[in-house]
Design a protein around this ligand. Structure first.
Ligand code: ATP
Length: 152
């Protein structure tokens, strides 16, 4: 049997995911980070991006994550997310509204301190839309780091 690692994704509100899996890809601040069973222990900060989990049956799950921390131990990955949703939990209409709200406000002349949170909200909305829309139809493909900002 292939080696597995326990993956837990936890948000302030709920346990988003918990399962023994084959691998986990997380959006670290220094780039996408792949985690396999028996990985060396480490802790790092996550950025807004995608988590890709490879399950024991070979299928993949995709999550939108809005930053947080990841703690890796040889037998366990714990992702403490600011917010996280599995692709099939994402409410597209809500993300579209969030995108529209942020875009409308960003058209105003605002000081950087007011622009920054709106730009983050826009990135979260873009990421959610991209991950949610991908689930319908075509074969899933992980997002490379920064792509959500460049291509939307
Ligand atoms: P909104 O303005 O729609 O609340 P947001 O980016 O400000 O979006 P967050 O603060 O990142 O939202 O998340 C708040 C909570 O709502 C989290 O639990 C997050 O998982 C959930 N959430 C946010 N947007 C969506 C969405 N489009 N679909 C499902 N859950 C969402």
């Amino acid at each position: 049997m292939a080696a597995t690692i326990r993956c837990e994704v936890v948000s302030p509100e709920r346990l988003v995911f918990s399962e023994d899996v084959l691998s986990v890809l997380v959006p670290g601040v220094a780039g996408q980070m792949g985690i396999l069973p028996r990985h060396a222990p480490l802790m790092t900060i996550l950025t807004i991006g995608e988590i890709v989990v490879k399950r024991q049956d070979g299928s993949e799950l995709y999550f939108a994550v809005s930053g947080g921390f990841v703690e890796v131990r040889p037998d366990k990955v714990v992702i403490l997310a600011d917010a996280a949703e599995r692709s099939d939990e994402i409410d597209i209409e809500r993300a579209e509204q969030a995108q529209e709200r942020a875009e409308t406000l960003l058209q105003r002349k605002l000081p950087p301190t007011e622009r920054a949170p709106l730009e983050l909200a826009l990135r979260r909305a873009h990421l959610r839309l991209k991950i949610a829309r991908r689930r319908a139809g075509r074969a899933p493909r992980p997002i490379s780091r920064g792509e959500e900002e460049e291509k939307v």
